[in-house]
Design a protein. Structure first.
Length: 303
């Protein structure tokens, strides 16, 4: 989809969405009415086995989120429709499916489009341009962001310098579409909360932020990492794997994480990202139940 064609299509979409429902604090949001301080979304990766097997179709993901889990906000993963970024027919069907069921599309998690921290300038620029189509697709779907990775080869300083240029270039492009570029702690140097937070300060773009993930920190202290990334957070992934008999996640102290998030003044979405080996629907519901329970126990920060 060429830029001019895309913008014309977006103008038509803007007019059409004037009559669609507002999502705000509807459905499964847990806000002032329940004493919570965040809203729950569902990451598509939570159902990756169903999607890869064909049991669940990509276009049915927003419907599944609403009907099976009463969740009204979703986060897509480009791996499940990697060849559809410029397919307007597909994007229209996905957008309409979500809107028709009262589901808000939040972001697209983008992988396999090249390293934004590639030390080779030409390859880095190509990686940046490879992400353009996902910025446009996110805009078309009504998302606020795409999630990207800060990766590359070399020393931490070399990768940091290259990522600064790559992220800044992509963020500049995304500004025209009112799309945020959010970076997840997702392996390599980005698994250090200190390294990633320093990178985002160097990028210094108003639409470039973080997507703290409870996991993916490797040997780095996950609680410190989330705390360091919270000043830049435009979303959060509540990564879960398994649960004890009391319903607590065994790898991460969710209560401790939520207090860090609360204390940072965050009031947006927390996305369920179940990655365990048990039944996916069980894992999603267990994570959801835990978040809802803790939302009633942890007092919101004083304004």
């Amino acid at each position: 989809m060429k830029r001019r064609t895309f913008l014309q299509a977006s103008a038509g979409l803007a007019a059409a969405t004037l009559t669609t429902p507002s999502f705000g604090s509807s459905g499964h949001s847990i806000g002032t009415d329940k004493g919570g301080f965040f809203k729950i979304s569902l990451a598509q990766w939570s159902l990756h086995r169903q999607l890869r097997s064909g049991v669940l179709k990509v276009l049915d993901f927003p419907v599944k989120a609403k009907k099976a889990f009463a969740i009204d906000a979703v986060e897509y993963v480009n791996q499940f429709f990697a060849d559809k970024a410029k397919d307007q027919k597909f994007l229209t069907a996905l957008r309409d499916r979500a809107v028709d069921h009262g589901v808000k599309s939040l972001l697209i998690m983008v992988d396999a489009e090249g390293a934004l921290g590639n030390p080779d300038k030409r390859e880095r620029l190509q990686a940046v341009e490879n992400h353009y189509k996902w910025v446009e697709a996110a805009k078309y779907l009504g998302c606020h962001a795409i999630r990207v990775n800060a990766g590359g080869q070399g020393s931490s300083e070399e990768v940091g310098s290259a990522c600064t240029e790559g992220l800044r270039g992509l963020s500049e492009f995304a500004q025209d579409f009112d799309i945020d570029i959010v970076v997840e702690n997702h392996g390599g140097y980005s698994s250090s909360g200190l390294w990633l937070s320093q990178l985002l300060r160097k990028v210094d773009m108003p639409n470039c932020g973080s997507l703290p993930d409870f996991g993916n920190f490797g040997n780095y202290d996950r609680y410190l990492g989330v705390q360091q990334l919270m000043p830049f957070a435009r979303g959060i992934s509540a990564k879960s794997f398994s649960f004890d008999e009391r319903g607590n996640e065994v790898n991460t102290d969710f209560a401790r994480m939520l207090r860090i998030i609360r204390d940072a003044g965050y009031k947006g979405y927390i996305g369920i990202e179940y990655e365990g080996s048990s039944d996916e629907e069980y894992g999603i519901k267990a994570t959801q139940k835990l978040l809802l329970r803790l939302s009633q126990q942890i007092e919101p920060a004083l304004s």
